[in-house]
Every structure is written in structure tokens, then in C-alpha cells.
Write a protein that binds this ligand. Structure first.
Ligand code: HEC
Ligand code: HEC
Ligand code: HEC
Ligand code: HEC
Length: 196
């Protein structure tokens, strides 16, 4: 009886863990770039998070990698990717996923999978807001905004200091003490006051 219950519970939690997929920042862009709604995409694009994957290819990064005796290039190493990209080994992508690294094309255009994974090559929207496959629809987004849907039920995370500290912590080779209020101001992307 007890084991059956545990089995059912673990199947249910497995299913729900599986049902929220990372879609990539490109999918958030279309609805979140207009100035009259706060242009969250543009604010993000101008922030250091949008460049976090590219940073791994910089001279400074290569120097850090040498200092800690990293065997791979920093942009191919788990030790760096987990904080400098989105959804690494959390269902977004893994090192073995060719589409993340290669620009595989289908008749001259990037395949769907390449597009999705390109959208994970940075600290994207979903690194803070959670995997978007279930909440990205207009109807769901409106309901979330109006408080009619429980964010957790569609995979949207509550963003707070703990979200930031998944990456802004001492496991980072270039860690700087993290003050939430100050750092939040630097990446803040609110709705305009007159959005209703
Ligand atoms: C089809 C359009 C659409 C897409 C795609 C979309 N959104 Fe939204 N989103 C909205 C709308 C509409 C709102 C409500 C506020 C508004 O009108 O701008 C909203 C609100 C939000 C909110 C605030 C929710 C709240 O509680 O107020 C967050 C966070 C958000 N979106 C993140 C994202 C992320 C991350 C993605 C990509 C994974 C995304 N959105 C994709 C249309 C969209
Ligand atoms: C998935 C990992 C991750 C998460 C989550 C994350 N960050 Fe970052 N953050 C980074 C990385 C990596 C950089 C460095 C980017 C670069 O310079 O290329 C960075 C840089 C920054 C910077 C610019 C550095 C500076 O202080 O001048 C600020 C500000 C910042 N993050 C604030 C936040 C806040 C606030 C949160 C939470 C709401 C947050 N971050 C969540 C990984 C993350
Ligand atoms: C625990 C998360 C985490 C890991 C792991 C991590 N980084 Fe970072 N990295 C950050 C954050 C956060 C920042 C932004 C600096 C800050 O505000 O603390 C950053 C900034 C940087 C910068 C910009 C320099 C600077 O001082 O802002 C470089 C270069 C860098 N990281 C390289 C690497 C390399 C190479 C690895 C792998 C060996 C790595 N990082 C692993 C979180 C991480
Ligand atoms: C580094 C973490 C981080 C990233 C990356 C990020 N956000 Fe946010 N976002 C936050 C925080 C923190 C808030 C404010 C707290 C809250 O409302 O949950 C917020 C609030 C929002 C809101 C509501 C604004 C309001 O005034 O209530 C929207 C819409 C939104 N984000 C969309 C996006 C989109 C779209 C992207 C990508 C283009 C994105 N965010 C990237 C952390 C992040």
C-alpha cells in the first residue's frame, strides 16, 4: 500500500518535472520587446547576462581556466557552463547535444533545435523565470499577470535572492559579494507605470 503510494507519487513528480521545457530566450522576445510594455527583452539584451556565454571565450576566462587547471576550454566545460548559460543539465541542454555547438541547418536555415539552443547560450529569461514551455502562451501569461493562475503550476518560478545565488555564490571563480538590492537595480526590467 505504502510502496504503491510512493510509486504513484514519484511517477507524478517525474511527469511534472518532465513537462516544463526550456524554449530559449528567442521565444520570449516577440511579446516582451515593445517599449509600451517595458521592453524587458531589450533591457535584458543590454545587460551582462545576455553576454555570459560569450564571456567564457574571453582572454580573462581562458586565464581563469588555466589557473584552476581546467582540462577543457571554458566554453565547453561543465564547471563554467552551469552558471554562464541557461538550463544546463536541468533539461535545457547537455554537453553532448550537438545542436548547442553546431549551427546545423535545414535548407539554409537553423533547425528548430539549433534555434532553441542558441536561445540558451546566455543567462536568459528562463534562468530566472523558469522553463517556459507551459507558460509562454498569451492566455497563460495574461492569467499569470492577473493572478488567476498559480505560477508553479505552469513552471514559472518565484524570483528572489535565492534565484540569483544559484550562480552568484562562492563557487564562481570571480565571485564578488552579492547584495541583492543593489544588484537587482542593475538588471531590473519592470512594467511601465501605466501598464494596465
Ligand atoms: C504570446 C506572447 C508572450 C510570450 C511568447 C511570452 N510572454 Fe510573458 N507575458 C505576456 C503578457 C501579455 C504578459 C502580461 C503583462 C503584459 O501585458 O505585458 C506577460 C507577463 C510575463 C511575466 C510577469 C508575470 C506576472 O506575474 O506578472 C513574466 C515573468 C514573463 N511574462 C516572462 C516571460 C518569459 C520568460 C517568456 C519566454 C519563455 C515569455 N514571458 C513569453 C506575453 C508573452
Ligand atoms: C544562471 C546563473 C545566474 C543567475 C540565476 C543570475 N545571474 Fe547574474 N550573472 C551571472 C553571470 C555568469 C554573470 C556574468 C556575466 C558576464 O559578465 O558575462 C552575471 C552578472 C550579473 C551582473 C553584472 C555584474 C555586476 O555586478 O556588475 C548583475 C548586476 C547580476 N548578474 C545580477 C543578478 C541578479 C539580481 C540575479 C537574480 C535576480 C542574477 N544576477 C541571477 C549568472 C547568473
Ligand atoms: C557558481 C556560478 C559560476 C561558475 C561555476 C562560474 N562562473 Fe564565471 N561568473 C559567475 C558570475 C555570477 C559572474 C559575475 C561576477 C560577479 O558578479 O560575481 C561571473 C563572471 C565571470 C567572468 C567575468 C569577469 C568578472 O570578474 O566579472 C569570467 C571571465 C568568468 N566568470 C569565467 C568563468 C570560468 C572560466 C568559469 C569556469 C571555470 C566560470 N566562470 C564558472 C558565475 C559563475
Ligand atoms: C537575472 C534574472 C532575470 C532574468 C535573466 C530575467 N528576469 Fe524578468 N524579472 C526578474 C526579477 C527579479 C523580476 C522582479 C521580481 C518579480 O516580479 O518576480 C522580474 C520581473 C519580470 C517581469 C514583470 C515586471 C514587473 O514589473 O512586475 C517580466 C514581464 C519579466 N521579468 C520578463 C522577463 C523577460 C522576458 C526576460 C528575458 C528577456 C527576463 N525577464 C529575464 C529576474 C530576471
Amino acid at each position: 500500500m505504502k510502496t504503491t503510494l510512493i510509486m504513484i507519487l514519484s511517477i507524478v513528480s517525474f511527469m511534472s518535472a518532465q513537462s516544463f521545457d526550456y524554449v530559449g530566450t528567442g521565444k520570449c522576445k516577440s511579446c516582451h520587446k515593445s517599449d509600451k510594455k517595458g521592453a524587458q527583452y531589450k533591457v535584458w539584451l543590454a545587460s551582462p547576462h545576455a553576454n555570459a556565454f560569450e564571456t567564457l571565450k574571453s582572454e580573462e576566462s581562458i586565464k581563469i581556466a588555466k589557473e584552476i587547471g581546467l582540462e577543457k576550454s571554458p566554453w565547453e566545460a561543465s564547471q563554467c557552463l552551469k552558471c554562464h548559460t541557461t538550463g544546463y543539465e536541468m533539461g535545457g541542454y547537455e554537453v553532448k547535444d550537438a545542436a548547442f555547438w553546431e549551427e546545423k541547418t535545414d535548407r539554409g536555415r537553423p533547425t528548430k533545435e539549433v534555434k532553441r539552443m542558441t536561445g540558451l547560450q546566455a543567462v536568459g529569461c528562463e534562468a530566472c523565470h523558469g522553463p517556459g514551455s507551459k507558460y509562454k502562451k498569451k492566455k497563460v501569461m495574461d492569467a499569470l499577470y492577473k493572478g488567476e493562475t498559480d505560477p508553479a503550476s505552469v513552471g514559472m518560478w518565484r524570483v528572489d535572492e535565492g534565484t540569483c545565488k544559484q550562480c552568484h555564490n562562492e563557487a564562481s571563480p570571480s565571485y564578488k559579494p552579492f547584495n541583492y538590492e543593489e544588484r537587482f537595480k542593475l538588471i531590473s526590467h519592470p512594467y511601465p507605470d501605466d501598464l494596465k
